[in-house]
Design a protein around this ligand. Structure first.
Ligand code: HEM
Length: 217
């Protein structure tokens, strides 16, 4: 087997890892804005949703480069199997396992989004919850395996991403508007009843079989 190792592969692994982490942090934050129904006239909910989706694709590209350079670099004994299957890397076994778990969960979220029209909304939303577990495992992976992430600017970046994810999670769970409560299937909020003073959503033709039409007159 040809041994391929150059400092540039290593630099690329480190740089793309950090960029992917920052992008995934932005993606979950934007996802929280979407879930919490944030958006006005200047930047609407549609634009925020589109940014969330586009940025997730850019993040996946950086993650793919991060994994490919790791696998190509024979300086670390981490093969392509270890990118998917936990506890198979000879190099930093636990740290790489967390990276692999984060990657597997991201793949599940990504594939479910590609199949969104073919699966039920409930299944899609349930799988989308994995993104929280994924970003947390990615953060621990980054801290445990990184060369840069334990000192200086790398540590500042990983800490900042952790802080943003915690704030986004708190806001997602506690700051969600009551008008959105119960709309997310299988979410912890789904079981909460809206407060007594909340007006029920008006559904004008909910009880009648069909809305009146000209022909029916
Ligand atoms: C969502 C998934 C992942 C994210 C966000 C991520 C991000 C990161 C970050 C931020 C670092 C620290 C870079 C540094 O400070 O030097 C890192 C290190 C590393 N990651 Fe990942 N990673 C992910 C998945 C993976 C997977 C699946 C593998 C295995 C193929 C992997 C292999 C590595 C290696 C070998 C290092 C150590 C680099 C070093 O020692 O400097 N990562 N990752």
């Amino acid at each position: 087997m040809i041994a391929l190792t150059t400092p540039y592969l290593w630099y690329t692994t480190r740089a793309t890892g950090l960029v992917a982490l920052i992008l995934f942090t932005m993606v979950v934050t934007l996802g929280t804005l979407v879930a919490n129904r944030i958006g006005g006239t200047t930047v609407g909910r549609f634009e925020i949703n589109e940014l969330h989706r586009s940025l997730s694709m850019v993040a996946v590209v950086f993650l793919a480069i991060h994994i490919i350079t790791t696998v190509l670099d024979s300086y670390v004994s981490t093969g392509i199997i270890s990118a998917f299957i936990p506890m198979t890397s000879a190099y930093k076994r636990v740290a790489i396992t967390l990276g692999a778990v984060a990657f597997d969960l991201i793949l599940a979220v990504w594939i479910s989004s590609l199949l969104k029209l073919r699966i039920t909304n409930t299944s899609w939303r349930f799988i989308h919850w994995f993104s929280w577990i994924s970003v947390v495992t990615a953060l621990v992976h980054a801290y445990m395996s990184g060369t840069d992430s334990r000192t200086g600017i790398g540590l500042v970046l990983v800490s900042a991403c952790s802080g943003v994810v915690v704030l986004a999670a708190l806001w997602r769970f506690f700051g969600r508007p009551t008008r959105a409560a119960g709309r997310t299937a299988l979410s912890p909020l789904a079981k909460l009843k809206p407060p007594a003073n909340t007006r029920p959503v008006s559904r004008p033709f909910a009880s009648s079989p069909r809305p009146p039409t000209r022909r029916g007159r």
